[in-house]
Each structure stands twice: as C-alpha cells, then as structure tokens.
Design a protein around this ligand. Structure first.
Ligand code: DAH
Length: 329
C-alpha cells in the first residue's frame, strides 16, 4: 500500500508539473480525482485492508489526497485568473469611433437645385447618352457639315461618326423625335470638350438643357421663364442682361449674362447660358411643322453657376476631389 501511495503521488506530481492550461488540468482531475481516478481507487484498496493496517494507511491516504487536492486547487486558481486577464476587455469610457458620412458634390447639389426650380415651373426631366452620334450632336441641330460653327466646339471624336457629346442639346432632338408637343423638359448631364484647361474651362463639365415646344410659344415666354429661374437661384436683386448671339439651332438666339463681383477683383459680366427660339430647320429635322409649332430652348453650364454662387475663382478645384474643399458644402 505504501508503495502504491508513493507511486501515485509521484505520478500526480509529475503530471501536474506538465499542466499549462485548464483543459489539461481537467484531464488530470478526471485521471486522479474522478470516481474511477487513481486516487479514488486507492480508497477502494483501503477498504480491503485489515483492521490493524487501516488506521496507519488511512491517515497517510488522507494526507496524500489533501496535499494533491491543495496543489490542484492552487494551480486551477492560477490558470483561471490568467485566462481572465487574456480575455478581451471593453473599455466603456473610450470615446466612440466617428463614422463620416459622404455627401453629394457641390456640382450635384447645384444641378439638383436647378432641376428643382424648373420642376416647379412644370418641366419634366430627361436624360440622353454621353456617347453621341455626329448626327444628333451636330447634323440634326442644323450644323452643316462644313459650317464654321462646328469649330466652336473642340470635339472628342471616337471615330468618324461617334463622339463624346459636346453639349446636351442633342437630347432635345431625341425628345422631339419620340414625343408630340407640348414638350416641356429639362435635360441635365455631362458634356466633354477638348479644350485647353484654364480657370474657367475644363475638359468635362455639366449642362442643363431646357426645351419648350408647343403652338404659339414666344420669346417673351422664354425670357419670363429664364428670369424667374435666375431670380430664384441668385436672388431678386441679381443684375442680368440678355445679349443677342448666334447658335445654329436657334433663331433668334441670345446669351444671358449676370453681374459678378469676385472678392478683391473688379466686377464683370459672366455668361451663364445660351438660349433662343428653336430654329425651324431643327423642327423639320424631327418631323414637326414649323408653321404649326414653335419652341424655345436654353442650355446652361452648371459649373459656371457654382463659381458664381459660391464665389470660387477656379473651375479646376471642382474636379480635384480635395476633401478640404468638398466638405465645406
Ligand atoms: N448648346 C449650347 C452650348 O453648349 C448652349 C445652348 C445655346 C443651348 C442655345 C440651347 C440654346 O438650347 O438654345 O454652348
């Protein structure tokens, strides 16, 4: 009995020394302390001892069991507190992580403002393709093949027949082809020009085109509508002028200027849009009889309105994607 007790004590000590985590400690507990564990079995052996032997080994056995149990408990406590320390802690006093929300670009915001003003005047909204045919961009709009007006716009040609649209006016043609008057619509979108970049020109910009076709549409209505628009966007006391101009697709044609006084610079007129009465040839090209129908059209650059409205001196900053600029709006 004595030998058995020593052997199991030795085995217990050796195995306890190898335990490094709670899982192997549990295996150790089963091996030694469970009902069929080695230490419990020693107590079974004890029952078979003679009366004389019992007191001596009983004491020894109890000492041995208590000592093993104590070592086991102390290691268990150590391992449990280490596991506790390793657990991920949540520090409720830390400030939260800020999530920044994106917002729409100032060009988009201004375009939406323009669209809303015209929607309030009864205009619907239409889109057309950015990759356009020569016919829609020029031919249908009364630019003859050899007309110098084609040079007014430096064009990104894709091939002989297709190009990146240089203005949103081709959408007028698409609209008139597909719908009988009355037509009262605006057509916002991107346009492209192969121009030298400067403070007021960029190779890509946005336009909002407008078209109203019906019987008896007059220039007075065009002027009234545009005035109402300008005053809503820039305020009642905006200084403006209509100036005679030329476009192949309108007759007569005009341009609208508004007065601008950039900070620290002398005041000047800035052209914000072209407009006019739809040329009879354009109406004929889409199958409308110019003796029955007339219409007005206009087209404005959105970036120009942004520069004027927010007093920004250079168009290029609108395309830089610099957050220090963009987050101001
Ligand atoms: N498409 C012209 C341009 O890009 C602007 C324009 C002028 C549009 C007169 C019109 C218009 O609809 O009637 O310069």
């Amino acid at each position: 009995m004595q030998e058995k007790i020593s052997a199991i004590t030795g085995q217990f000590n050796a195995e306890l020394a190898l335990v490094t985590d709670l899982k192997s400690l549990e295996e150790l507990r089963i091996k030694f302390f469970s009902r069929n564990g080695s230490i419990s079995l020693l107590f079974e052996d004890f029952k078979n001892l003679s009366k004389e032997e019992k007191p001596k080994y009983g004491q020894l056995l109890n000492q041995m069991k208590n000592s093993c149990q104590a070592q086991f408990d102390s290691l268990k406590e150590k391992l449990e507190s280490a596991a506790e320390d390793n657990r991920e802690r949540i520090d409720l006093t830390l400030p939260g992580r800020k999530k920044t929300l994106g917002s729409s670009h100032i060009i988009t915001q201004t375009m939406e403002e323009i669209i809303n003003i015209f929607a309030g005047l009864g205009f619907s909204v239409h889109n057309g393709p950015e990759l356009e045919s020569d016919y829609y961009n020029f031919g249908a709009l009364n630019f003859p093949d050899d007309h110098p007006a084609r040079d007014m716009q430096d064009t990104f040609f894709i091939n002989k027949d297709f190009l990146l649209r240089t203005h949103t006016s081709p959408v007028q043609v698409r609209l008139m082809e597909g719908k009988k008057p009355p037509i009262r619509a605006i057509m916002p979108g991107k346009v492209y020009r192969n121009e030298a970049l400067s403070y007021k020109s960029y190779c890509l910009f946005h336009q909002v085109e407008g078209l109203y076709v019906d019987k008896n549409v007059t220039f007075a209505e065009l002027k009234g509508t545009l005035l109402s628009f300008i005053k809503t966007l820039y305020g009642e006391d905006v200084k403006y002028r209509f100036r005679a101009s030329f476009f192949p697709f309108t007759e007569p044609s005009a341009e609208v200027d508004i007065w601008w006084e950039p900070k620290g610079k002398p005041g000047r007129w800035m052209e914000i849009m072209g407009c006019g009465m739809v040329d009879p040839n354009v109406l004929k090209n889409v199958g409308l009889d110019p003796d029955i129908y007339s219409g007005y059209a206009f087209g404005m650059g959105v970036e120009r309105q942004v520069l004027r409205k927010y007093n920004i001196p250079d168009i290029r900053i609108l395309f830089d994607n610099d957050k220090r600029f963009l987050t101001q709006f």
